[in-house]
Each structure stands twice: as structure tokens, then as C-alpha cells.
Design a binder for this molecule. Structure first.
Ligand SMILES: [Zn+2]
Length: 184
């Protein structure tokens, strides 16, 4: 009888089998053991990663990988890597349920396409900024020339109107260019 349980809180009368010594069952089984309908013990390899309040996590991983594969994988890994491995399996399982053909690779490729598209848009926008900066510099040079011409006394009257016309054209032109960039 003394071989059955090392835990003294369990009465010897409840011992179901004499050999070998069994680990103590826990009061609240982990989600995995509950779903698998097996006895959850103190050193259950699944318990730290599948708490009883989150049964969906195990159900998802179990559907794709199977309980025995999950247990086998966790047993092969050092404890420090097990939480990450479980997160990875649950993530992959969710992706595989959404996209049975490509799983998480499908999501990665979709995101990669989005990155490529956005990089192309960014390159176009940057090229337009460079283009507009050079246009602005050209226009500024023109304005300077106009001002320089305006200080010549005999041309003063005729250039005054011309300069104003050019300035309003400049404002309209820049406004439409900015609109063009932001609506890309
Ligand atoms: Zn368990």
C-alpha cells in the first residue's frame, strides 16, 4: 500500500493499483487532460501551457497536430523553450484552420505582398517629392529673376502685373501637385 502514493494527504484506501507508484492527481485538471479525458498529474507536461480556463487553445492545437505529437515535441524540448513552442503550434494551428493549404505561410506571403506594394508606393511618393523640390527651386529662381527685373526703373510698371500672374499660377500648380501626391 505504501508504494501507491507518496503524497500523504491521499488515503491509502483510494489506491486503485499497487504498482508502479503513480504521481499525485491535481485538484483541477489542465485543459488538455480534461479534453483528452485523462488524469492530470502534478508533473503533467501539458498543464503549464494549457490552463483549464482556456480549453480552445488545446482544442485548436490538438485538431491540427494531435495530442501525442504535442506531448512528444514538448518532451523533446528543454523547459525554457516549451512555452514558445506551444505558442508557435497554436498560431500555426489557427492559421492552418483558416487556410488549410498554406497555413501561416499563406499569411506570410500575403503580408510580404503588402510590404512590396507599400514599398513601391513609397518609392513613387519619394520620387515625386524630389521632383517637386526641384520644381520649387526652379520657381524660386524665376521669382528672384522677376524681382531683379522689377528693380530696373524703366520696366517697373509692365513687370508688376506679370509677376502677380506668375505667382498665382505657381500657387495653383503646387496645390494640384500636392493633391496628386497625397491621393496616390
Ligand atoms: Zn494535464
Amino acid at each position: 500500500m505504501e508504494l501507491c502514493y507518496s503524497d500523504t494527504t491521499i488515503t491509502s484506501s483510494s489506491c486503485p493499483s499497487p504498482l508502479p507508484p503513480l504521481p499525485s492527481p491535481v485538484a483541477s485538471p489542465c485543459a488538455a487532460c480534461k479534453i483528452l479525458r485523462r488524469r492530470c498529474v502534478e508533473k503533467c507536461v501539458l498543464a503549464p501551457y494549457f490552463p483549464p480556463n482556456d480549453p480552445l487553445k488545446f482544442t485548436t492545437a490538438h485538431r491540427i497536430f494531435g495530442a501525442s505529437n504535442i506531448i512528444k515535441l514538448l518532451q523533446e524540448l528543454p523547459e525554457t523553450q516549451r512555452a514558445d513552442a506551444v505558442s508557435s503550434m497554436v498560431y500555426e494551428a489557427n492559421a492552418r484552420l483558416r487556410d488549410p493549404v498554406y497555413g501561416s505561410a499563406g499569411a506570410i506571403s500575403q503580408l510580404q505582398n503588402q510590404v512590396n506594394e507599400l514599398q513601391q508606393q513609397l518609392a513613387v511618393a519619394q520620387a515625386e517629392i524630389v521632383n517637386m523640390q526641384s520644381q520649387k527651386e526652379n520657381l524660386m529662381a524665376l521669382i528672384c529673376m522677376e524681382k531683379w527685373n522689377n528693380i530696373i526703373p524703366h520696366q517697373h510698371h509692365s513687370y508688376d502685373n506679370g509677376c502677380q500672374t506668375n505667382m498665382s499660377f505657381l500657387d495653383e500648380n503646387l496645390g494640384s501637385l500636392w493633391e496628386h501626391v497625397w491621393t496616390q
